[in-house]
Structures are given as C-alpha cells and as structure tokens.
Design a binder for this molecule. Structure first.
Ligand SMILES: NC(=O)c1ccc[n+]([C@@H]2O[C@H](COP(=O)([O-])OP(=O)(O)OC[C@H]3O[C@@H](n4cnc5c(N)ncnc54)[C@H](OP(=O)(O)O)[C@@H]3O)[C@@H](O)[C@H]2O)c1
Length: 211
C-alpha cells in the first residue's frame, strides 16, 4: 500500500481528497493545526496535530511515497504563508527522500497559462495583483519553488471551486482556456489530483483543470 502525506487535509478540498485517497486504498498521513477540524476516521488515516514547521513536515512524511498539497489562505487570515510552507515541504521531501508532489494553486496564479485566459480573466488577474499583491506574489512564488525543485512535481490550477457534487468529467491541460464561466467542483479537483499522482505524463507540468 502506498502512503500519502496531505497538507491542507482539513480544508474543503483537503477533506474530499483525503476521503478519496483512502477509498482508493492509499494510507494517509496528514499534518493539521487542529485535529478536530478533520472529522473523518479511518484505520489508514494518521493525523499529526501541529503547526507547519520543518520538524512536523519531516515527521508527517515518514514512510510516505508522495505529497499532496492543498494548502490555501483562509479569508480571515491576512498573512500569506503558502510560499514559505511549500519551501519547507520541499526541504522535508528532500530529507525524507520523497520525490513526488502534486500541488493545488489556481488558474489566476502566475503567468504560465496566461495566453489561455479570456479577456475577463486577464482583467481579474490585474485586479488581484493590484488589490492583494502580497497574496498574488506568495502563490506565484509557491509555484516557482515547486517548478525549480528537483522533485517530480505537478501543479494543478483550477478556476473557481464549487461544492457541487463530482461530475467526474473535467478538462485538463497546459493551455485549457479559462473564462468568467469556468469552474470545477472540489470533488473533481480531488479526483484529478489523485489521477495525476500516478501519471508520469503529468510530471513537471502546470495543468489547468476545469469542468
Ligand atoms: N476558492 C476558489 O474558488 C479557488 C479557486 C482556485 C484555487 N483555489 C485554491 O484551492 C486550494 C484549496 O481551496 P479550499 O477552498 O479547499 O481551501 P480551504 O478550505 O480554505 O482550506 C485551506 C487549508 O489550508 C490550511 N491553512 C490555511 N492557513 C494555514 C496556515 N497558516 N498554516 C497551516 N495551514 C493553513 C487550512 O487549515 P485550517 O483548517 O487549520 O485553517 C486548510 O486545511 C487553495 O490553495 C485555494 O487557494 C481556490
């Protein structure tokens, strides 16, 4: 059985991802700030409660084959943290000899898929850069850390996330067009991340995914 370390398992996408990973037969180790925020119970789910420190990242990765990262800033928190957290996760991966990481960012992050953005989305990106430059920079830096790492990485970049039920149908690619109407259920993002995990064709790619 393969073991996954999940960062962000207490979040909306993280809970679905954890549930789906366990259903697929993976064992899951999750680091979270508050154990009670993960209600799921399963014999193959191991939760480590604690802050995102290098020591805790290393601890949670013990015996893991791959990392899934679905961390994201809570609306109530102003302090960007994703780039630093990701740098720490990558450092812990090197220390524990874990090579594979699939990380979720967003279709408006960075400029790798800029040509596939509609005019409206390009205006949204400009607004995002003006209104929250430190958050935009944080997520862009997060992607750079991963893309420059020596890991076998995949960046999954959805547009607007919804809580709709899974459709198990999505488009994924490096130049998938994103418009004002693009969205995807979190459940499908979770499925997509798990599908990417074992697909070598997803290595070292920025993949936009939408319903
Ligand atoms: N919302 C959208 O429409 C949209 C669109 C595209 C991409 N995305 C991205 O998709 C990802 C998942 O989104 P989501 O809505 O499922 O996320 P979410 O429910 O907000 O979950 C965020 C996760 O990050 C953790 N986290 C937040 N701040 C932290 C900190 N300072 N230290 C440690 N952990 C921290 C949370 O832990 P706690 O439970 O402890 O707070 C939680 O597990 C995010 O990266 C988001 O930016 C979102």
């Amino acid at each position: 059985m393969k073991t996954l370390a999940i960062f962000g398992a207490s979040g909306k996408t993280g809970q679905l991802l954890t549930e789906q990973a366990l259903k697929r037969g993976f064992a899951v180790r999750a680091l979270c700030r508050n154990r009670s925020s993960i209600t799921l119970q399963h014999p193959q789910l191991n939760i480590l409660e604690g802050a995102l420190t290098l020591e805790n990242c290393r601890e949670v990765m013990k015996g893991c084959d791959a990392v899934l990262c679905v961390l994201g800033q809570r609306p109530s928190a102003m302090q960007p943290f994703c780039a630093d957290a990701t740098a720490m996760i990558l450092q812990a991966m090197a220390a524990q000899d874990v090579k594979r990481i699939v990380c979720l960012t967003g279709a408006m992050v960075g400029d790798h898929n800029a040509d596939a953005r509609s005019w409206f989305i390009r205006q949204m990106v400009k607004l995002f850069l003006r209104q929250a430059p430190e958050v935009a920079l944080d997520r862009s830096l997060q992607e750079s850390h991963i893309a420059q790492s020596l890991t076998e990485w995949t960046l999954v970049k959805p547009p607007r996330l919804t809580d709709a039920p899974a459709r198990t149908q999505y488009q994924m690619g490096e130049s998938v067009r994103v418009t004002a109407f693009s969205s995807i259920p979190r459940a499908d993002v979770a499925e997509c991340m798990l599908n990417c995990l074992e697909s070598t064709s997803a290595y070292k790619k920025f993949l936009v995914v939408k319903a």
